[in-house]
Design a protein around this ligand. Structure first.
Ligand code: AMP
Length: 474
């Protein structure tokens, strides 16, 4: 779903050098985004037309920085969170570079895989694919996405017909390689998106195997929310020496337009009531609530449903179809609360998400940065609320260390009640004094919450607790 055409990127970037982007080997690139327009970038007219169709006027900072370099064939290492326009930052110039090879021929031989884009999760791979398909719509360039958890046959058919741009999760890509349904010998551009998450998920050996299948003479791009030492090491292995480095936010910084609040409850058991109260009290319309475990996500979604809140869960134990249906429902506003684990929520592009809630404080501080990056996207303001109990203190301190900012712990009155008591009974919603007013502006329409009108708007159906012990927690 494209953002409003009028939306202006607000992320601040350093403007040390006024004018055009400047290449500094191995160092930072500074650029003055000023009033730059997409047409000034020199993109192929077919690609530019798709950009105009999407309603984009000015490139976002990461686009203004990265696109000229990628167009010239340079290796680029980009630090940018989802929501900064990073997908278009690599997709547009790659499509531009592939245009000389665009062919209307039906022969598969005329459509070898030339660009390979790897992503850690199915959802992210699918989102990149949607972007590529959108931006390539006026050109004969073909694209396809392959990820696990679904039938391989339709993917194989698409690969056999030939595609120039292939988006994939590493495991399924290797399955296709093994089945000899895929030839990577003509790949000239490799993209590793959300590389930090790929490392977290243990994809390093798979990445190594994949890269060994690619021609060494190629352009490589790596995007990551943070530049950890591990990411720098990965870049050293897979990218040419001294890649261009582009960065739109301070290292490990949290989005500047996101208000962060931490509410303290006395006991972990009080968190459910706190989340219910926050959703209802703040009249949140479209909110992702994060849990640390898959079982926790399913359980919380069911409990929210019982409270009359339209909620559904998305996590790694759900089938690919269930996840896509849930996501669609959430994007359309049919499901108001998406309870998600980190892996499932990673990279989700949901325009103007007004708020996220951390029901569980994440175990890894980096996940906090990713979670709150779901809101306040591409210029919209957002609210990130964390509910903590005293047991979470150390995790919150880790977060503060990472983001270089102290998070005020506010007490949420009325929530520490005897076990089993109904929090909503404990304090009526109308009591406006209980929760501090949100300091950020909720998304349009948030004032008229269907949650409050009739109790239940539509209860999601997918929040089932799957039997058996999960193989992995998230
Ligand atoms: P991404 O960071 O790639 O997930 O992009 C986040 C959102 O920003 C997507 O919904 C894009 O459609 C949107 N977007 C990307 N580039 C621009 C732009 N230059 N102007 C406005 N919106 C954009």
């Amino acid at each position: 779903m494209p953002y409003r055409a009028t939306m202006k990127p607000v992320l601040q970037i350093s403007t040390k050098i006024a004018g055009k982007a400047d290449r500094k080997a191995g160092g930072m690139v500074f650029v003055d985004n000023g009033q730059m327009q997409f047409k000034e970038l020199g993109l192929h007219p077919d690609i530019l037309r798709a950009v105009q169709d999407a309603g984009y006027e000015t490139p976002t900072p990461i686009q203004a920085q990265a696109i000229p370099h990628v167009m010239q064939g340079a290796d680029v290492m980009g630090a940018a969170q989802t929501g900064t326009g990073k997908t278009a930052a690599f997709t547009l110039p790659i499509l531009h570079r592939l245009m000389p090879f665009a062919s209307s021929s039906v022969s598969p031989a005329r459509h070898p895989v030339r660009a390979l884009m790897l992503a850690p999760t199915r959802e992210l791979a699918d989102q990149i694919y949607q972007n590529v398909a959108q931006y390539a719509q006026h050109s004969p360039l073909r694209s396809a996405v392959v990820f696990g958890g679904v039938d391989m046959a339709p993917q194989t058919a698409a690969l056999r017909a030939g595609v120039e741009v292939l988006i994939a999760t590493p495991g399924r890509l290797l399955d296709h390689v093994q089945q000899k349904t895929l030839n990577l010998s003509q790949v000239s551009v490799l993209v590793l998106d959300e590389a930090d998450r790929m490392l977290d998920m243990g994809f390093l050996p798979d990445l190594q195997r994949i890269v060994n299948l690619l021609p060494p003479e190629r352009q490589s791009l790596l995007f990551s929310a943070t530049f950890s030492p591990e990411i720098r090491k990965l870049a050293k292995t897979f990218l040419k020496d001294n890649p261009i480095t582009v960065e739109v936010a301070r290292r490990n910084a949290t989005a500047e337009n996101v208000t962060q609040q931490v509410y303290l409850v006395d006991r972990p058991e009080s968190k459910r009531g706190a989340v219910v109260r926050l959703i209802k009290r703040l009249k949140l319309q479209q909110v992702i609530v994060f849990t640390n475990t898959k079982i926790g996500a399913s359980r919380l979604a069911r409990e929210l449903q019982k409270e009359g809140i339209s909620a559904d869960a998305i996590h790694g134990d759900k089938s690919q179809n269930e996840r896509l249906v849930t996501l669609e429902g959430f994007k359309k506003g049919e499901v108001l609360v998406l309870v998600a684990t980190d892996v499932a929520a990673r990279g989700l592009d949901i325009a103007e998400l007004p708020a996220v809630i951390n029901y569980d404080v994440p175990y890894a501080a980096e996940d906090y940065v990713h979670r709150i990056g779901r809101t306040g996207r591409a210029g919209a303001s957002g609210q990130a609320i964390s509910v903590m109990s005293p047991a979470d203190e150390r995790l919150v301190q880790d977060i503060e260390k990472l983001i270089g900012k102290k998070l005020m712990r506010e007490k949420l009155p009325g929530l520490d009640m005897p076990p089993g008591a109904d929090p909503l009974f404990f304090m009526p919603y109308e009591d406006a004094a209980d929760v501090p007013a949100p300091t950020s502006t909720p998304a349009s329409g948030a004032a008229k919450s269907p949650l409050l009108s009739s109790g239940v708007k539509k209860v999601g159906s997918g929040a089932v607790l799957l039997g058996g012990k999960p193989r992995n927690a998230i």
